[in-house]
Design a protein around this ligand. Structure first.
Ligand code: 13P
Ligand code: SF4
Length: 312
C-alpha cells in the first residue's frame, strides 16, 4: 500500500480529522479533510466530533486547537514547526507593555504562543483583524501585536489613531518588498494583485493604490482564504500572489482556467514545509506529537480565542 492510502486508512481507523494550512506541501494538502486559513482551521477544530485532530501547520495553530478542544487529542507531525512572527513577543513582554498602558485593550494575532494569548483581551487572524478592531469602542486605546505590517494596515483601514503596534514581523512576508511588486507590475500589467497584509509592501501598495499608480490593475489585500475566495469569484484570468508560495497549489487546482504567479519564488516558510507526508504518517501511526497546553494558561487564553471565533 502506498503512503497516501496508508494515511487515509489510519485516519479512518483512528477517527482522526486532518487539518492543513494553505501553505502546506501539495501532498499534505491532498490527505487533509480540510485545507484553509488560520481562522477556518480553528473553526473546523472547534466543531469537530473526531477523537483526534492532526494539525498540519505550525505549532501555534495546533496549540489554538488544543485550547478550543480540551477533550480532543491534538497532534502535530513535527514539534519544531514554529513561527518567526510568534517568536517576536513573549508573555513577559506583553505584561510589561500592558503595565505601560493600563487602560488599553490588547488585540493579538493568532500567530502567538498560548502564554501570550493568555494575556490578551482579543485574538484575531488576518481575515478578521479589521472587524475585531472595529468592535472595540473608538475611545479605547489598543495594543496590537505582534505583526507591524498587519497592525499598520488595520489602523489605516479603520482610521484608528489610538493603536500602539508591536514591531514584530514574519521573515517570509517581510521579505516581500515594494520592489517585488513594482517588478511584477511591469511584467503583468493587467493581472490582479492579491497581497497578504503581513507583507512589508502592504503600506506602500495601499499608498500607491490611493495615488492611482496601479493603472488598470486591481489590488486586493486579503488573508489566505480571502485570496482563495477572490480567485474563485473574480472574472480575471491572471493573478500575482503576494504570500507564501504553498497557496499556489490549491489556487491552481481549484481554478484550472486561470494563471497564478508568485510575487517571489523565495517566499517559502521553512516551518510550514517541515510537515512532510512521512511525518504525517508517523504522527498518525504513533499518535505523536501530542500538543498540550497547561490548564491555567488554556483557561486564560480561551476567552480571547472565543472572541476571535465569534467575529467574521
Ligand atoms: P492566514 O491567517 O491568512 O492563514 O495566515 C497565517 C499565516 O501564518 C500567515 O503567514
Ligand atoms: Fe509564521 Fe510567517 Fe511561516 Fe506564517 S509564513 S507561519 S507568519 S513564519
Amino acid at each position: 500500500m502506498d503512503l497516501k492510502s496508508e494515511i487515509l486508512r489510519l485516519k479512518r481507523e483512528k477517527d482522526v480529522l486532518i487539518l492543513a494550512h494553505n501553505y502546506q506541501l501539495p501532498e499534505v494538502q491532498d490527505v487533509a479533510d480540510f485545507v484553509g486559513d488560520s481562522l477556518g482551521l480553528s473553526r473546523q477544530a472547534a466543531k469537530t466530533d473526531h477523537r483526534i485532530i492532526l494539525f498540519c501547520g505550525v505549532h501555534f495553530m495546533a496549540e489554538t486547537a488544543a485550547i478550543t478542544c480540551p477533550d480532543k487529542k491534538v497532534l502535530i507531525p513535527d514539534m519544531a514547526a514554529g513561527c518567526s512572527l510568534a517568536d517576536t513577543i513573549t508573555a513577559e513582554q506583553v505584561r510589561k507593555w500592558k503595565d505601560e498602558h493600563p487602560a488599553a485593550v490588547t488585540v493579538g494575532y493568532v500567530n502567538t504562543s498560548a502564554e501570550v494569548k493568555a494575556e490578551l483581551d482579543y485574538c484575531c487572524t488576518s481575515s478578521n483583524a479589521v472587524n475585531v478592531v472595529r468592535s472595540i469602542p473608538d475611545d479605547r486605546e489598543i495594543l496590537f501585536l505582534p505583526d507591524m505590517f498587519l497592525g499598520s494596515y488595520v489602523a489605516k483601514v479603520t482610521g484608528r489613531t489610538n493603536m500602539f503596534i508591536w514591531a514584530g514581523e514574519c521573515h517570509v512576508h517581510a521579505g516581500i518588498r515594494p520592489s517585488d511588486v513594482r517588478e511584477k507590475l511591469a511584467q503583468y500589467a493587467n493581472a490582479e494583485f492579491l497581497v497578504h497584509p503581513e507583507c512589508s509592501c502592504t503600506s506602500s501598495v495601499m499608498y500607491d493604490v490611493a495615488c492611482g499608480d496601479y493603472g488598470g490593475s486591481q489590488v486586493q489585500i486579503l488573508s489566505t482564504e480571502g485570496m482563495m475566495n477572490h480567485a474563485r469569484s473574480s472574472t480575471s484570468k491572471k493573478f500575482v500572489v503576494a504570500t507564501e508560495t504553498g497557496i499556489l497549489y490549491r489556487m491552481r487546482k481549484q481554478n484550472p482556467g486561470k494563471e497564478f504567479v508568485p510575487i517571489s519564488d523565495s517566499a517559502v516558510c521553512k516551518y510550514m514545509k517541515m510537515i512532510t507526508l512521512d511525518k504525517v504518517h508517523a504522527s498518525l501511526n504513533e499518535e505523536k506529537y501530542h500538543v498540550k497546553v497547561p490548564t491555567n494558561v488554556a483557561k486564560r487564553a480561551q476567552l480571547a480565542i472565543e472572541r476571535m471565533l465569534a467575529i467574521s
